[in-house]
Design a protein around this ligand. Structure first.
Ligand code: SF4
Length: 430
């Protein structure tokens, strides 16, 4: 009963915790709600951080103030599920890898690299109709909604996902039949397309009826052979998969079975970043999906202080494999504004790939990739054309893409280094 470590949930039963309705009504989704949660959960005195920039934060009040300062300058709004809030170690939140992903601290901010943007992958430019990103010849990304069960600080789609923040006015992709109709029509008249990723936002935020409607419509198109539903739900609210009163999983299983009967492929792509996100409920939920023939693949984002060590990434890959979840991709973090403290240089992903390959069966070894800024698509990190670690600039080409994109040179920029003087000053003030 890991959620009982959180004082306000100490009496919550397993049945309640698994209930999606309970999850929804206990999801933290505003500054005042988060302040209240932190007030009742944090100890008065915190375990010191190993990060020099955070070492001066010693008390609960200071932590809360720093977090609120950070949200005032963040591109993503607040939304955290009870599961995610229950797997944070609140006795040592400053260095906790799950806290780092969802609750920013202003003291850890590093000035943005000038090349950071809100849509670094140029998704809007690659959208022939609103809500459909068509970059590769045979595959398109259908943004069915712009809401998620949690809001990750590093979201690549921070231009659209979640509510407005003080920093960003979003371009929302509301779940609407009228908007989806335009997307379906484009897919129907584009026979080169055979593969659709239904994403957002997060398909966990679509109703079971929406899942059936979208899935059935796509399956009815002859040239569509593969459909991937993208959802972080298994990682951040796994109880819903097991909730007998909720039909989301039943809808997915039903579509997967129907697709199988048609010789087509419906699967789930999910998003775990750290082994501590995996609880016994997660394992039960993954087992349920496996027993119901749902193929699940995972796409992690490489994040500083979260999963950038060989040990942590290796454990994550093995834990996923043990749950019959294929560790599919590890992404270099995109050039997203406001998260410079979470990015790693290209050298980190190259080092991880080098040390982890050979430690696990090849079919469970993820591809370590860079989603090229400017819409070049995913390339293996090790396939760079040039990499100058001193200037932090790497270049890539994407000859498989259509038109002039095949000729372009794409650049990835390593994060700015922290200001040594600031660190020294902070260390002096501790
Ligand atoms: S769940 Fe995915 S789409 Fe939603 S905020 Fe996180 S990274 Fe972005």
């Amino acid at each position: 009963m890991y959620w009982r470590r959180v004082p306000k949930w100490k009496d919550v039963s397993q049945e309640q915790f698994i209930s999606y309705q309970w999850t929804m009504s206990n999801t933290v989704n505003s500054e005042s709600y988060l302040c209240n949660f932190l007030n009742t959960t944090l100890p008065n005195i915190l375990t010191p951080s190993s990060d020099p920039l955070l070492r001066h934060i010693k008390t609960k009040d200071h932590f809360i103030q720093d977090a609120m300062n950070a949200f005032a300058a963040a591109p993503m709004a607040i939304r955290l599920t009870p599961h995610i809030l229950s797997v944070v170690d609140w006795t040592a939140p400053l260095d906790d890898p799950v806290r780092r992903q969802f609750i920013p601290l202003a003291s850890s901010f590093v000035t943005d690299h000038p090349k950071l943007t809100l849509d670094s992958l140029h998704e809007k430019q690659d959208s022939p109709v609103p809500g459909l990103v068509h970059r590769y010849p045979d595959k398109a990304l259908f943004l069915a909604t712009s809401i998620c069960p949690v809001y990750c600080r590093f979201c690549t789609r921070s231009y659209a996902v979640g509510g407005n923040t003080k920093l960003v006015t979003k371009t929302p992709q509301k779940p609407s039949r009228r908007r989806w109709q335009v997307v379906f029509e484009h897919i129907e008249k584009t026979p080169a397309l055979s593969d659709i990723v239904v994403s957002g936002g997060d398909t966990f935020y679509l109703t079971p009826q929406n899942i059936m409607e979208i899935g059935n419509r796509l399956l009815s198109i002859d040239h569509i052979k593969r459909i991937r539903f993208a959802s972080k739900g298994l990682a951040v609210a796994p109880g819903r998969i097991l909730d007998p009163s909720d039909d989301w999983t039943k809808a997915l299983v039903s579509l997967s079975n129907k697709a199988r009967g048609m010789g087509k492929h419906v699967c789930l792509h999910t998003h775990f970043n750290h082994p501590s996100e995996i609880s016994w409920i997660t394992k039960k939920a993954a087992r349920y999906l496996f027993e119901n023939n749902i193929i699940v693949r995972n796409q992690s984002v490489l994040l500083k202080g979260v999963n950038d060590s060989v040990e942590t990434m290796g454990k994550l890959i093995r834990d996923l494999a043990d749950m019959n979840i294929q560790p599919y991709y590890v992404y270099q973090c995109d050039l997203v504004r406001g998260i410079e403290d979470l990015r790693t240089p290209l050298s980190t992903i190259l080092n991880l790939e080098q040390h982890l390959r050979g430690t696990i069966a090849g079919f469970m070894m993820p591809s370590f990739v860079v989603d090229l800024p400017g819409g070049g698509g995913k390339r293996l990190a090790a396939s760079y054309d040039s990499y100058d670690a001193a200037s932090g600039v790497s270049t890539f080409k994407a000859p498989g893409l259509p038109g002039e994109k095949a000729q372009k040179v794409y650049k990835y920029y390593d994060p700015r280094k922290r200001d040594d003087e600031t660190i020294a000053a902070l260390e002096g003030s501790v």
